[in-house]
Design a protein around this ligand. Sequence first.
Ligand code: BGC
Length: 522
Amino acid sequence: MTRIPWWRDAVVYEVYVRSFADADGNGEGDLQGIRSRLGHLRDLGVDALWLTPFYTSPLADGGYDVADYRDVDPRFGTLDDFDALVSDAHDHGLRMIVDIVPNHSSDRHRWFREALAAPPGSPARSRYIFRSGKPGERPGEEDPPNDWPSAFGGPAWTRLDDGEWYLHLYAPEQPDLNWRNPEVRHEFEDILRFWLDRGVDGFRIDVAAGLFKDESFRDLHGQDRRMLNGPMYSRPEVHDVYRRWRQILDEYDDRMAIGEVWTDGPQDLALYLRPDELHQVFQFDLQLAPWSAMAFREVIDAALKAVAPMGAAPTWVLSSHDSVRHVTRYEQPGGLPGIGHGRAKAALLLLLALPGSAYLYQGEELGLPEVTDLPDEARQDPIFKRTNGRTAGRDSCRVPLPWSGPAEPYGFSPDGVRPWLPMPRGWASVTAEAQASDPSSMLNWYREALALRRRLKDGLPDELEWIDSPDTALFFRRGPLVCALNCGENPVRLPAGIPLLTSTPLYGDLLPGNTAAWLTAP
Ligand code: BGC
């Protein structure tokens, strides 16, 4: 029998390191904190962790601005802490995926400091993307080399005193690397090996489609700012990089890579999944879809169709450190408060019944909502600052996890320490400790669903078969398992089968609104 690689159907838990658990009492999460909570993750029943960047960084973008790719930032710990964490995670039966950030470094990276100190045209500058500006409208003024916007607001170019401009698709503190320079390629190959040798099981590749820019550097002329198939993303050259990375991964046992790839269509996405490239890419369509059975059906079909030609397994995600938490997304404007919670319970059964792997975001197992009332002065996301507060940014989904106790810091930090983002009043009832002893809690719902999935998954085929259902619902079958989700408000008749697990109690053979059920197929 051929062995299924672990990542193909894994449930991966995203740890946003800064907000997971603070062991050293500086108000920010750290590697020792994660180590101390591995029992929570094992009991939850996930298969792997994905750690967001913990590397040396000034944290201009929460660590996605790396100053040293081969070290741990002192606020998060040391390399020894990392080694101990990998070893303990493995002892708990958990694989470890780490983030790698190849599109840009921090402006404090040695290379960028050398580039700033070196003259235009020098080898030090050729590791980044420097260009001359264009004459501005008025005499003596200069415009950036082109009209590309930064994803965080404002232009994607910053001008130096000597007149050259450098490119940053994100914050100015995140200069884009020049992947046409072989030195950059070699450096990252070496960085991959550095972490593989330390025992990581995989990489999540940040901004994976961005590494190469079209050499024309043509203007966008006001077209869609994301321009996912435009001059900044998915240039053909990027695939050579991942072919090489795959060769490196294949030198080790059982290692994988998942790309954060945003594309305009499934064809571009599939290219990354060619058998000699990445193992997985994130498929964000479920996260982007509204609470609608029809919308879910469409995105599921499209996602399966996108990966099928490559023989790859799909990936599913509902929340991450970059998006609005789905409990909040699923609240109905003007509707009953709390409906998001019930929908999130139902959505979990959908996510876990689909073929492929599921990526969970820390805190969703506690049913955490967005913390929308953070004071402006507490917000740290560069999006907030660069849009002068017009866009709130992503801090609301990054509030530290409540572990125990009646008030801030809820066991996240030692008592008396203020966490890096304020934690709301009223979270005493949602702490992991409080939920563990409540059989009807979200935490116990996640544990139950994950445990059942683990028991069933080996018998489930990759194929999914739709079963006729009312428009407001979707029903499908994977071998012996039937999943039924009712996104409407009114009950619908269940498909045939014996109920195994339901997100709210059934009324006889009726599936209530905003509810999902798993059944054994007749
Ligand atoms: C990460 C973000 C980050 C951006 C720039 C994204 O894809 O997930 O959190 O701000 O890349 O590195």
